[in-house]
Design a protein. Structure first.
Length: 120
C-alpha cells in the first residue's frame, strides 16, 4: 500500500495573508515552520501537524483552471515499491526532495486532474 495517512491539503490563495488569518482565527490553526520553498506561503498546524499548506497564487495559476486546491498530500509507506508500482502501471510521476529534511516526494495526477503528493 503506497499511503497510510492523509497529511495535508495545499490551497492556492488569491491573498495568502488573508487566508492565513482566516484559518488561524476561524479554524484555530497556528502558523508554524515551513521549508524554504521558492513560493510564498504558510504551513498551518493543528498541534504538531502541518495539515493546511497555503501558497500565494500567481497570475499563471489564476488562468490555469486548476482552482484553488493544488494538491492533497499523503504519507507514503514504501518509496521503492511505490516507484515500481507507478512505473509498472505506466503512471507518470514527478519526484523531488524537500530541502530541510530530505523527504522524498512523488507527485502524480489523479483521473480528474488533481495532483496527489506522496511523502516518504
Amino acid at each position: 500500500m503506497p499511503a497510510d495517512q492523509l497529511q495535508h491539503v495545499n490551497i492556492r490563495c488569491a491573498d495568502v495573508e488573508a487566508a492565513r488569518d482566516f484559518y488561524v482565527r476561524v479554524v484555530g490553526l497556528s502558523v508554524g515552520a515551513r521549508p524554504a520553498f521558492a513560493s510564498v506561503g504558510y504551513w498551518l498546524y493543528a498541534g504538531e501537524l502541518p495539515i493546511v499548506h497555503l501558497v500565494q497564487r500567481t497570475a499563471a495559476d489564476a488562468v490555469s483552471g486548476q482552482g484553488c486546491v493544488d494538491h492533497v498530500g499523503f504519507r507514503g509507506v514504501d518509496l521503492d515499491d511505490t516507484r515500481r508500482q507507478l512505473q509498472a502501471a505506466g503512471i507518470p510521476f514527478r519526484e523531488q526532495v524537500v530541502p530541510h529534511d530530505g523527504t522524498v516526494q512523488l507527485f502524480v495526477i489523479d483521473p480528474d486532474g488533481l495532483k496527489v503528493e506522496l511523502n516518504f
